[in-house]
Design a protein around this ligand. Structure first.
Ligand code: PMP
Length: 457
């Protein structure tokens, strides 16, 4: 976006000229300044707008797509968004193939922008005719006047960054940049930006951040494309299981791998501590930079690319339950665990209710232990075991008031209690504890919740 311009003719003109923003808390212990190139300022909320438009312009120049034509690509995310925006302005149709692993929301976003989205099965080999690669390739041969984008091997991808991202960073740092850090996938961003910057100053170091489970790091270090390196990982947008043609080794100095957990945790920190609501790969980039911090000196100037916006990840890294399920949250105290479980309604009964009402609730919600309340206070509990014994002795207990048969209250523990200490409260007679948060809401933690958290930590 060119700040000196007052109005734009269309949204595509707002692509690029993104701000460079100093990071403070997340890199406070590094010896030098670190700036983030915040790419979610692009209209599609990611850096991919740049290359999407560039690839389309080059295809037009080369006559690969003609007016009214159809753009075809296998994408569910940022590239699809950029292509869809460009297609609207330029009057093309878009067909995107994606996998059923991707969230429905992503497909809906692309549909909202007028694209046709074809969902293909995830669990098939790339060569399978049903795979999203095969379907997009086949469509490109069947649909008249269509153009298959192939962002991996389309060199206009890296050209966009050579022409835009590199020069912008050079100018914004007044030529002072010493290190560029880029989480890498197709290789377009790192190769294009790195090549431009190295032409300006060959001493600039370009560090690629990769995911464990990708074969790129080993390729860079040994030249080998080793499929043994490849395993499923969670981080989105970075790493590959093949070598895209956009890579050029001489634009890059080092490859560093980052775990799914470290990337996710760091993305959340950047959002909370810097106020920059970033996507997953920005977290990986900063986590990777931090792994390399001993190589930096006070005279260095680091630029890290933040590829996209956190709104795409609200159901993932910004969801505590999702993080907890994958063992990405360090759960040490009752507070940590409650935070990770999300809001769950605590089912209670009143001391004056009938036992049969409690039985119904316990059955409906499949709960073993239920707190008994009186005038807003916890006064006791009913457990399946205890009730069973009493009902066996006298089935008429069902009709009595809960107060007459209830057991001792479930222990109430402080929010900062370490999880290990809960073993002294949770035993064969009592399978849960209660804790009250700052707002006075009471939460229940069962033996299952605690074991589950400890096994993942
Ligand atoms: N982060 C995110 C969120 C992305 O969508 C991408 C694109 N795959 C990347 C990083 C990597 O960028 P590139 O493909 O240019 O290497």
């Amino acid at each position: 976006m060119d700040a000196s311009k007052k109005v734009y003719d269309n949204i595509l003109q707002t692509i690029g000229d993104t701000p460079l923003v100093k990071l403070n808390k997340t890199v406070a212990d590094l010896p030098c300044p670190v700036y983030a190139k915040v790419e979610f300022f692009n209209p599609g909320n990611s850096i991919k707008d740049r290359m999407a438009l560039k690839m389309l312009e080059v295809a037009e120049q080369e006559g690969k797509i003609k007016p009214g034509g159809t753009i075809i690509e296998g994408t569910s995310g940022n590239t699809g968004m950029g292509l869809a925006l460009a297609a609207i302005q330029k009057g093309y149709r878009c067909i995107f193939t994606t996998t059923d692993k991707q969230s429905k929301e992503k497909a809906d976003i692309l549909k909202a922008l007028g694209a046709e989205v074809i969902i293909c099965p995830t669990n098939v080999e790339p060569e399978d005719p049903q795979s999203y690669y095969s379907v997009s390739k086949r469509l490109a041969t069947e649909v008249p006047n269509s153009w298959y984008v192939n962002q991996y091997d389309n060199l206009a991808n890296r050209l966009a960054h050579y022409e835009q991202t590199g020069p912008e960073i050079w100018e914004q740092t007044e030529g002072k940049i010493t290190h560029l850090v880029v989480a890498t996938g197709t290789g377009g961003t790192i190769t294009g930006t790195g090549k431009y910057l190295k032409e300006k100053n060959p001493n600039i170091k370009v560090w690629a951040i990769d995911s464990y489970g990708s074969l790129l790091t080993k390729w860079f270090k040994t030249g080998e494309l080793d499929m043994n390196e490849v395993h499923p990982y969670i981080t989105e947008g970075i790493g590959e299981d093949f070598l895209p043609e956009n890579y050029a080794k001489d634009a890059i100095d080092h490859f560093e791998q980052v775990t799914d957990k470290d990337g996710a945790v760091m993305a959340r920190r950047i959002t909370k501590e810097e106020g920059i609501f970033v996507g997953y790969s920005a977290g990986s980039a900063v986590a990777g930079l931090r792994q390399l911090k001993d190589q930096l000196t006070k005279d260095d100037v680091v630029v890290v690319i933040f590829h996209d916006h956190g709104s795409r990840y609200v159901a993932k890294i910004y969801n505590d339950e999702w993080m907890l399920d994958r063992g990405f949250l360090d759960v040490n105290t009752v507070q940590d665990l409650i935070g990770g479980l999300g809001r769950r309604r605590l089912v209670t009964v009143e001391a004056g209710d009938k036992v049969s009402q409690a039985m119904e609730l316990m059955q409906k919600y499949d709960i073993e232990q239920i707190p008994v309340m009186k005038a807003g206070e916890i006064v006791g509990a009913l457990s399946q075991n205890g009730l069973f014994k009493k009902l066996m002795a006298d089935v008429q207990v069902k009709e009595q008031e809960i107060e007459t048969v209830m057991e001792a209250a479930i222990p109430l523990v402080a929010m900062n209690t370490p999880l290990e200490r809960l073993t002294s409260y949770i035993n064969k007679d009592n399978n849960s504890v209660l804790a009250k948060d700052e707002s006075g809401n009471v939460h229940i933690l069962t033996q299952y919740d605690v074991l589950n958290a400890l096994s993942k930590g």
